[in-house]
Design a protein around this ligand. Structure first.
Ligand SMILES: C[S@@+](CC[C@H](N)C(=O)[O-])C[C@H]1O[C@@H](n2cnc3c(N)ncnc32)[C@H](O)[C@@H]1O
Length: 244
């Protein structure tokens, strides 16, 4: 029997959405494997001169990044981890995942809006990760966030690492939504009602940009070197690094 979403408590709703997202990750529907493979190479190379201080904006449950850190030697890769997310239940799972791979005292979390967090932040980081999170902001807020990230990364000559959904060159938001919806229709391991929730969420909250737009916004924000490292084969997501 289908579960009626409106009757779920916020905790039940989170659990249900989180379980569906776990299926998306396990089935690699968003091509995390290839994107995070490229991200891992990038982070390992940057950590060759010493472990990194990482800020993860929109960290969610930190599932994929914690596995990446574990495979890369834990504290050999990261000196510290700071997770920021609006969702407190997601942060609770993130804590479990990160504590598995980093020692006590090396990680902290902020339950906050990531744009507000970076605007008020004076900490120094070597890398800022935004994984499947930037696309939630409108174009002006994306530009503002890039400027604030550049400010935070300047002293350390750090890098902003974005793994996110993207539109194809010349593709409108509406065309992207249609293309993405067709892709979601192929996620057979996700129950149909959960697929409908993904599509609903996408139409309301997903505002991906083209790679060219993100790259140009990065340069306008002051990043010296902006490069796309890995495009997923479905052309729905990309890993872009911006160096301050
Ligand atoms: C699709 S999930 C990605 C989670 C994780 N980074 C990953 O790649 O698996 C997006 C996350 O961004 C968070 N998020 C969305 N908008 C946010 C905002 N304005 N401030 C903080 N977190 C936000 C959501 O709560 C969610 O956990």
């Amino acid at each position: 029997m289908a579960i009626v979403t409106e009757q779920l408590t916020p905790t039940q709703l989170f659990k249900r959405q989180w379980e569906s997202y776990q299926v998306v990750l396990n089935e690699d529907y968003l091509e995390h494997k290839v994107l995070y493979g490229s991200l891992q190479q990038y982070l390992q190379q940057r950590a060759s001169s010493g472990p990194l201080r990482l800020l993860d904006l929109g960290c969610g449950d930190s599932d994929y990044i914690s596995c990446l850190v574990e495979e890369s030697g834990g504290e050999r890769l990261l000196a510290s981890y700071t997770g920021v997310d609006l969702s407190e239940p997601a942060i609770e799972i993130s804590k479990q995942n990160i504590h598995r791979v980093l020692g006590n005292g090396r990680a902290q979390w902020h339950s906050a809006d990531f744009l507000s967090y970076v605007k008020g932040c004076e900490e120094e980081y070597d890398c800022i990760l935004m994984s499947f999170a930037l696309h939630h902001l409108d174009a002006n807020a994306k530009a503002e966030l890039l400027v604030e990230c550049h400010r935070l990364l300047t002293k350390s000559n750090g890098a902003l690492l974005m793994v996110d959904i993207v539109r194809k060159p010349g593709e409108s938001l509406e065309e992207y939504h249609i293309r993405s919806q067709k892709d979601v229709d192929t996620w057979v391991a996700v129950p149909p009602d959960a697929r409908a929730s993904f599509t609903d969420h996408m139409l309301k909250y997903d505002f991906p940009e083209t790679v060219a737009f993100i790259e140009e916004s990065g340069k306008a924000a002051g990043f010296k070197h902006v490069a796309s490292h890995c495009a997923a084969s479905k052309e729905l997501a990309q890993f872009i690094a911006m160096e301050a």
